[in-house]
Ligand binder design. Structure first.
Ligand code: 5GP
Length: 244
């Protein structure tokens, strides 16, 4: 069936309308970008892997009582999602120090963070997705204080569930980014995707700081074997989902 013109095309996904105004089709691309799209490439089969992974994780989160926009995976690279109004904030949860936290604070890579850090960033590529202070978050007024509190609480619930799930897959959830949206009933739901593009994932039993990386840092840092790492995450998640 021919697709309607896209409603929106982002770096990793294209959103199309469907016959049902409340349902969108998300098409996951193989395109990969890093450093605010200054580095570009493709990761073979990434669209299919990330769509399948996100579908499984969203499904499981839903079963655990955490609302998401996910409805169904309808093709290897495509899922149906509930239409939501995306809140232009990126919510990052960190269990270990890595990435921008290390660069900006000097904390050593891998330092355990207890309790986990929850941070809000402005979702704006032109501004480089800046980290927001609580006062700036309030000043921008992109979400009400109650919606911000809901995002924070949901992000911590997702972290608890995902950390436990990945642990059973032999994977350490270092950090991840979530996006949230409001559905037509004004309910806050987890949106976007959950994949090695949006999470830092380390093999639990591997101490080599490069070999343990199973996420987009392999692409960002030109470490090679990117597809293999993404596929390994998928294999472990599907194995655990079938066992659990
Ligand atoms: P950092 O702030 O260290 O760069 O990123 C923290 C976590 O959030 C990492 O898992 C990273 O992949 C994810 N993250 C932060 N911003 C973005 C973004 O704009 N796009 C994607 N795909 N992931 C992001």
């Amino acid at each position: 069936m021919a697709l309607s013109p896209p409603l929106y095309e982002g770096k990793a996904k294209i959103l199309y309308p469907t016959a049902d105004p409340d349902v969108l089709l998300a098409h996951f691309k193989d395109d990969a970008t890093a450093f605010n799209a200054q580095k570009r490439g493709t990761i073979r089969e990434k669209g299919e892997i990330n769509c399948t992974l996100s579908s499984h994780l969203f499904q499981k989160l839903g079963e655990a009582g955490i609302p998401t926009h996910f409805l169904a995976q309808v093709a290897p690279q495509q899922m149906h999602v509930r239409r939501v109004t995306i809140i232009p904030l990126e919510v990052v949860v960190r269990n270990r120090a890595a990435g921008s936290l290390c660069r900006q604070t000097g904390l050593p890579l891998g330092l355990p963070l207890e309790p986990p850090l929850v941070e809000f960033y402005l979702k704006d590529d032109a501004l480089g997705d800046p980290l927001l202070t609580p006062d700036r978050l309030q000043l921008l007024n992109l979400a009400s204080p109650s919606h911000i509190a809901q995002m924070q609480a949901l992000a911590l619930q997702v972290n608890q569930w995902l950390s436990d799930f990945f642990k059973d897959c032999g994977i350490l959830l270092v950090d991840f980014k979530l996006e949230f949206g409001l559905n037509r009933d004004d309910q806050m739901v987890v949106a976007d995707e959950i994949s090695p593009d949006t999470c830092r994932l380390w093999l639990k039993d591997e101490t080599d700081p490069q070999k343990r990386i199973l996420d987009k840092d392999r692409f960002r840092q030109d470490l090679g074997q990117v597809e293999e790492a993404y596929r390994q995450v998928l294999t472990r998640v599907l194995g655990q989902a079938a066992a659990g």
